[in-house]
Design a protein around this ligand. Sequence first.
Ligand SMILES: [Zn+2]
Length: 110
Amino acid sequence: MKERLTTPESMACLHCGGDYLHQGTVEVFWREQEDSATGLCARITESTVELHTNADTNNPSLRRQGLRIRLKCENCPGVCWLTVSQHKGCTYVALVKATDLEEREVCVEF
Ligand SMILES: [Zn+2]
C-alpha cells in the first residue's frame, strides 16, 4: 500500500528552489461527463468568484475533473500551479511551472 502524501510537506519553487510559495487563484473543473469539454469551471481570486461553462481550458485532467492552485514565489518572479487531476480512476498531484501564456491570461497579483 502506498503511503505518500500522508503528512504535510512544503513545496519548493520550480524556478529557484525557495519554499515560500503564496497561494492565489483557485480553479475547479467539473466536466458534465468523461471527455466532455463542457461543464463548470469555478475560478476564485482575491476579490472575485467566476463561473464558466468551459471545463476543458486549463483543466489539468485531460478527461475528467481537476483543480489547480496558483502559487507565487516570494523569492523570485516565478509562478507555479499545484494541480490535482483524475485519469482512469487514479488521482494525480503535480507542481508545474506556469507558462507565459497562462500568466497573461490570469494576471492576478496577490
Ligand atoms: Zn522562486
